[in-house]
Design a protein around this ligand. Structure first.
Ligand code: NAD
Length: 299
């Protein structure tokens, strides 16, 4: 058995068609056959990119994920979504294909910086908000006591996400709950990507969760005090570069291209209280703008 190490530059910019071209080229030069295995060692950028490259090379070779960031351990490496960004749109090209094996070694977190740890925690907060109110209180308590035990959080997040994706692997129904925070979060990420100022994925998701919780509250689905507790948990942790109120329309334009839209209508996942979520919710553009205005003014 032989192996070769291939590397791509760190950063979301590498989740691109250009990187795919480089990797497909190298696999071809190596004469990788369909019994080959691609091992994706890295954060969510690598597991998304590597999964996509492996799934499309010679109509699909096996791949294995060894996630090294908190976000990849709790979310990106689990559940079989692979893909790349295209034309400034996040995850525009991709497919569903599960890794033949995912191995999580929390010890990799020893070298991960605090910003990236916070970024990863955002997806666990999302899992708690959409499925498990007790997990939400647990995260709150741990943060209050500065007692974050990542192993426990990783285990719980994997358990919650796996239950959903096993039931609905192709995102026809319940899996859509996992998109909470991501409709506006991805629009913010695309907006910053266009400005060549990338932000950690979890920070964009956290901002998206505040906006989409605001929408849930305004539609009478989430109590005001629950909204406040979400804001109190997330605002101190996740500060984004300032989005000027004048730029909100530039963020909203990305929502028009969201993959989840049907007949060009936005499909939101909203909170129905903490620990429960509703999928396929229609939201007016005015309310989306209002939520972003709230977010920008509260930064
Ligand atoms: N497929 C899915 O279901 C899914 C879910 C959530 C997010 N994602 C995708 O995941 C990506 C975000 O993942 P991410 O936050 O891991 O980003 P990332 O892969 O870009 O990693 C963030 C940074 O941490 C560094 N890093 C990773 N592991 C490290 C370690 N052990 N020590 C030191 N540095 C380390 C990376 O080099 C990079 O600089 C986005 O592209 C997002 O769209 C996919």
């Amino acid at each position: 058995m032989t192996y070769t190490i291939l590397t791509v530059k760190a950063g979301e910019e590498s989740k691109s068609l250009e990187s795919c071209g480089y990797l497909w080229g190298e696999l071809s030069n190596l004469k990788m056959d369909r019994n080959g295995l691609l091992i994706n060692l890295g954060g969510g950028m690598i597991t998304d990119l590597g999964g996509f490259v492996a799934s499309t090379f010679k109509r699909g070779i096996d791949f294995m994920n060894i996630p090294t960031s908190l976000l990849a351990m709790t979310d990106a490496a689990i559940g079989g979504k692979c893909g790349i960004d295209f034309l400034q749109f996040k995850n525009q090209i991709g497919l569903f294909r599960t890794a033949c094996l995912t191995v999580v070694f929390p010890d990799f977190l020893e070298t991960l910086n605090e910003v990236e740890k916070k970024s990863g925690l955002a997806e666990s907060i999302k899992h708690a908000l959409i499925i498990d109110v007790d997990f939400f209180h647990e995260i709150n308590d741990k943060l209050r006591n500065s007692n974050i035990l990542y192993k426990e959080i990783i285990r719980k997040s994997i358990e919650l996400k796996t239950a959903i994706v096993t039931e609905d692997p192709l995102e026809q129904h319940q899996r859509k709950k996992l998109n909470f925070g991501h409709t506006i979060g991805h629009a913010l990420e695309s907006y910053f990507l266009e400005q060549k100022s990338t932000i950690p994925h979890g920070f964009a998701v956290a901002a998206g969760m505040v906006c989409e919780s605001y929408i849930s509250m305004k539609l009478g689905l989430l109590q005001e005090e629950d909204f406040e507790s979400i804001v109190q948990l997330t605002q101190p942790l996740y500060a984004l570069p300032l989005v000027e109120v004048d730029s909100i329309n530039n963020v909203v334009k990305y929502i028009a291209n969201d993959k989840k839209n049907i007949n060009q209508k936005h499909q939101f996942t909203l909170l129905n209280g903490i620990g429960d979520a509703l999928i396929n919710q229609k939201v007016s553009e005015e309310l989306i703008v209002e939520s972003l205005t709230y977010y920008c003014n509260s930064q």
